[in-house]
Design a protein. Sequence first.
Length: 248
Amino acid sequence: MQSTAPTAATVSNVSASRPTAATGGFAPAGAFHTTFQQVQADVASYIAHGDGGFRQDAAATSQAMSLQAMALRNRAGAGLDTDGVDSDTQQRFLASIKPWAQETASKLGVTPELVAAHAALESGWGKQPLKNGPANTNNLFGLKAGGGWQGEVALASTTEYEQGAMLRKTERFRSYPDTASAFRDYADLLTSNPRYAAALNTGSDARAFASGLARAGYATDPNYADKLSKLAAQLQRGGTLSPTPTEN
């Protein structure tokens, strides 16, 4: 079953949501292993020498633990990165969602690039969709199926941050019959839940949009706002989602 990257922790029955992405692009295994070995050595020193030994090695231990935590964050957060996706794949994905990105953007008071960036980040440019068995759920925004959800449901493995710790969980996600339904449900979620008010009507301000979502608890990844705003800025520079002269 599709593995997903760090995601959301909303508590409302109508708004539980979470980002999803395949695992991959982790921090270098050698660096992580070396750091973990250092932590193990510090713990062994504490056991062998008692409090005195621990106090003597406290600075080294603290540094090693900080490095280990950084490595864990890099490993978890990398699943949402979109580096390595070729330009043709990106353009095909953007073309496939353009009408719905524009429709949704008008409802949210933002530019289409911000909506498209969010879908691209969550789905790995459409290459890492949530699955319901062999079927695609069309859940491009990684929305969870809370208690108020009446539609189809898919189970997926995910990684969550809780008080700084990474936990593996199996969660219920919404499943849609088509892409249009996914975008319209996403728009309804953000406009109906006051938690996301700060993300609405932010126009072309990618940082404000991304920060509003992150502060509302859309994702538990501490780097989520940076990733989303960076990707949105990239799409804004490309200008591929702007209406053409024949579009209204």
